[in-house]
Design a protein around this ligand. Structure first.
Ligand SMILES: *Cc1c(COP(=O)(O)O)cnc(C)c1O
Length: 518
């Protein structure tokens, strides 16, 4: 079943060590198990379930809908299916296995206490269509989460229905669009700095705006002069990430907000990096009108592999009336209301821009985030930000003598350290160091982002890595940097110790193998 194939698992320790390792007959090596594609495993006629003739015989009236030929699906038995996916899952890397220094993604430990709370049947087993009076406890929990988010950010309200950071950006921009329409104005342009996450310009375009970029200064921050020069009656607003994707705090944020407001625009803040400032800075004090918070980053709900996430959007008093429904709000009577279309006018939401999702939100993410907040407390959350910044600066200062750190001279970084591949030997680059890191047993850092730095390597250790863990990582990075500077050819062909060697990523994306037996 596990015959090695040309593209498959090859033990390559021999390429580095003097002793070439013997081939095994099975194609597996130790308990690292090779796994072919499911199309290569399957065979026609095999099946994991028994279906009798009656169940599979087409009804006469439906016969015309029958395919002319059966679909090309691989046939597998139940144990083959189970083993296929279990083997693949063991080739996966996770935050529960080791450090995951992906800059911007805040891959930190997810406390198991959160899981315990999220699994309480009163939270875990509720259904979105249950009568409202049977889920009053869930509403209370959501309102408590909302109170924390509004307090921590110093904003007026929070829309909890967006399902992820990018969805939150869309929510914020649709609020801005609705507010501008309510003023009877036409402002087609949104300004986005060059260092922004790709979701920012994509969201602005998706919301119907024209995107214009604002350059960065030499020290990696938004160019305030260039931004203010571009403001005018056609500008709906700006999208600023703070702390930004270079790992730096935008010190001019208040001046930016004042200038944008004076020109009649709104300030969207990408709050994905809130982990670095939670409990230290309130975005409301900086003049922000809307900001998404990635519960799955800052408030430690598990993420990766596509979700689930949750991207609540905190809003200023100017934008709160336009928030999407349904909307959770504590009334003057102290009770929590889930405001839907019928009650919108009575609760100050007559100007809502509509719905972003059928139901209110991601209950499992809400309960995990609330458990995280309550178990840390206000002082514990402040400590999170301080430790995240401390760890990132430890990495920055421990590597700046062997890796180019473009903004290191300007002072400390926030939650992530940014390096470039300047100074590597001819032909050696960021990709080689990232692949080498896999051989060292670490998930690679974020590479080639932000775009304002050539060959960027963005490292976000987070506060949950210990000093000893950081030292191990730094030792590996220093060794890789030395190999890259020296032009060590074995680094160019890394990774050597993984089930797959360096793949042609363009070919893999352009010509994925998705058919059974071509
Ligand atoms: C993660 C991230 C986003 C997008 O958040 P998702 O939850 O993945 O949609 C946006 N901006 C920045 C800076 C991010 O790090």
């Amino acid at each position: 079943m596990n015959a090695p194939n040309a593209a498959g698992w090859r033990p390559t320790m021999g390429a580095v060590n003097p002793i070439a390792l013997p081939q095994t007959a099975s194609g597996d090596y130790g308990l690292q198990l090779e796994e072919p594609l499911i199309f290569e495993l399957g065979a026609p006629g095999k099946c994991g379930v028994d279906m009798d003739e009656v169940a599979t015989a087409p009804l006469a009236a439906l016969a015309k809908f029958l395919r002319p030929a059966p679909p090309a699906l691989p046939g597998l038995t139940e144990p083959e299916v189970v083993r296929h996916y279990t083997r693949l899952s063991r080739q996966n890397y996770a935050i529960d296995l080791g450090p995951f220094p992906l800059g911007s993604c805040t891959m930190k430990h997810n406390p198991r206490l959160n899981e315990k709370v999220a699994r309480l049947p009163g939270f875990a087993d509720i259904h979105p269509l249950q009568p409202k009076q049977t889920v009053a406890g869930a509403f209370e929990a959501i309102a408590e989460l909302a109170d924390w988010l509004v307090t921590l950010t110093g904003m007026a309200a929070v829309a909890l229905s967006p399902k992820a950071g990018a969805h939150g950006e869309l929510c914020g921009l649709l609020c801005i669009r609705a507010a501008i329409e309510a003023r009877g104005e036409d402002r087609p342009v949104v300004l986005v700095p060059t260092s922004a996450h790709g979701t920012n310009p994509a969201t602005a375009a998706f919301a119907g705006f024209r995107v214009e970029s604002i350059p960065a200064t030499q020290d990696g921050r938004v160019d305030l002069a260039a931004l203010t020069a571009r403001l005018g009656p056609d500008v709906a607003g700006v999208m600023i990430t703070n702390p930004n994707t270079c790992g730096l705090f935008e010190r001019d944020m208040k001046a930016i907000s004042d200038a944008v407001h004076a020109a009649g625009g709104y300030v969207y803040c990408d709050g994905a990096n809130f982990n670095a400032i939670v409990g230290k800075v309130r975005p409301g004090d900086l003049g922000v009108d809307a900001m998404h918070i990635n519960l799955h980053k800052t408030f430690s709900t598990p993420h990766g592999g596509g979700g689930p996430g949750s991207g609540p959007v905190v809003l200023s008093a100017a934008l709160a009336p336009f928030a999407p429904l349904p909307f959770i709000q504590r009334g003057a009577d102290g009770h929590v209301h889930l405001i839907e279309e019928e009650e919108a006018a009575d609760h100050g939401h007559a100007q809502t821009f509509g719905r972003m999702a059928a139901f209110h939100g991601q209950m499992g993410m809400f309960t995990r985030a609330l458990a995280y907040m309550l178990s840390h407390g206000a002082d514990g959350l402040r400590q999170v930000a301080e430790d995240a910044v401390l760890n990132a600066n430890y990495v920055l200062r421990s590597l700046e003598d062997v890796l180019d750190a473009p903004f290191a001279a300007a002072g400390p970084c926030m939650h992530e350290a940014l390096f470039s591949d300047d100074g590597m030997a001819d032909g050696f680059n960021t990709l080689d160091l990232a692949k080498g890191l896999i051989d060292e047993g670490f998930h690679p850092m974020t590479v080639y982002f932000p775009l304002v730095v050539h060959g960027a390597m963005l490292i976000e250790p987070t506060e949950t890595e210990s000093r000893a863990g950081l030292d191990r990582f730094i030792t590996s990075m220093r060794s890789l940097a030395a190999r890259g500077r020296a032009g060590d050819v074995t680094l160019k062909s890394a990774p050597h110790y993984t089930p797959r060697r360096r793949v042609d990523e363009t070919l893999a994306a352009r010509k994925p193998k998705l058919v059974w037996k071509d």
